[in-house]
Design a protein around this ligand. Structure first.
Ligand SMILES: O=C(O)CCC(=O)C(=O)O
Ligand SMILES: [Fe+2]
Length: 305
């Protein structure tokens, strides 16, 4: 797929201040991802560009929009072409909630600096707001300060992970219901044993929680998606705990394979827009002596089915 709106050659090595004047979307040579050049988010987007971006997101799940320099209002306008800002229920804490519940800023500063969230440690693969009643459709991260090494973000293609399962496993899990417990609630109620990967009967369930299908249907493409985070506390509804824990461990080992992944090395000015319904993302650690700042907007979604 290559979508181009002009026969002009792409401007290469443009400085951050100049955006190449040819809009182009090119797939990245990986299991997911496409690079977007020639988009100018300082201005309203032409209809053809918005439609091309939506189609590319559906097909490639992750869009890397290069060479942007925008203010918060322009960032919010860009995000609003794709939906409204995600707002959690007041009793469901999420990233950036203050203090863990209610009041979540529309733009969250993901940074190891004062006022930022998520520090500098590695983050395991997750989908933003997976544990809420109506999870987020997608998120946008805008890279402003980037360390010289580390802090790379890896996305995993959960549609490809489902497709690659053997037919017997697909049949086994197709109708299962999953609870993904809220890790921000777990932080408020820590266990001596740390963060469990599977809730067993000896652990009191965190509330509120929501039941969603383990295999969801993508609302735009209709594709089946293995809707499971890498390390979040989960429970399959109505199955024997030992069986459930073993099945989840097997599915996690499957979906975290490099063949389903794309790792992004950030440049200042990148905006990555990804589909939380079809992907997980993880981050590598970086040196806390270096600065890292990305601004994030999450978009509201719909109930998984
Ligand atoms: O820091 C990153 O690269 C990703 C952080 C993250 O998980 C998020 O912003 O949703
Ligand atoms: Fe995230």
């Amino acid at each position: 797929m290559s979508i181009s709106f002009s026969a002009e050659p792409t401007t290469r090595h443009a400085s951050l201040a100049t955006v190449p004047d040819v809009f182009r979307i090119s797939p990245i040579a990986a299991a997911l991802g496409a690079e977007v050049a020639g988009l100018d988010a300082t201005r309203p987007l032409p209809a053809a560009q918005v439609l091309a971006l939506k189609q590319a997101l559906r097909d490639r799940h992750v869009l890397v929009i290069k060479q942007q320099r925008i203010d918060d209002g322009q960032f919010e306008r860009l995000a609003s072409y794709f939906g409204s800002v995600f707002r959690p229920p007041a009793n469901v804490p999420v990233l950036g909630s203050d203090p863990y519940g209610g009041n979540t800023p529309d733009i969250v500063h993901v940074s190891n600096q004062a006022g930022g969230v998520l520090g500098h440690d590695e983050l395991s693969a997750h989908a933003d707001h997976h544990w809420t009643p109506v999870p987020s459709a997608g998120s946008l991260l805008y890279g402003i300060e980037i360390p010289s090494e580390g802090g790379d973000t890896t996305w995993y293609n959960l549609a490809a992970a489902w497709d690659a399962l053997d037919a017997a496993t697909q049949r086994e899990i197709d109708q299962l219901q999953l609870i993904t417990y809220n890790p921000f609630l777990r932080k408020l109620k820590p266990l001596a044993s740390g963060f469990p990967l599977y809730r067993t009967p000896d652990i009191e369930p965190l509330a509120p929680f929501e039941v969603h299908p383990l295999v969801r249907t993508h609302p735009d493409s209709g594709r089946r998606i293995l809707h499971l985070g890498a390390r979040t506390e989960v429970e399959i509804v109505g199955v024997e705990p030992q069986y459930g824990a073993a099945l989840i461990a097997r599915l996690r080992a499957h979906l975290l394979q490099p063949r389903f992944a794309y790792t992004h090395r950030w440049s200042v000015g990148d905006i990555v827009y990804w589909d939380n319904q079809a992907t997980l993302h993880a981050r590598s650690a970086f040196d806390n002596g270096e600065r890292r700042l990305l601004k994030r907007i999450s978009l509201s979604g719909s109930r998984p089915y």
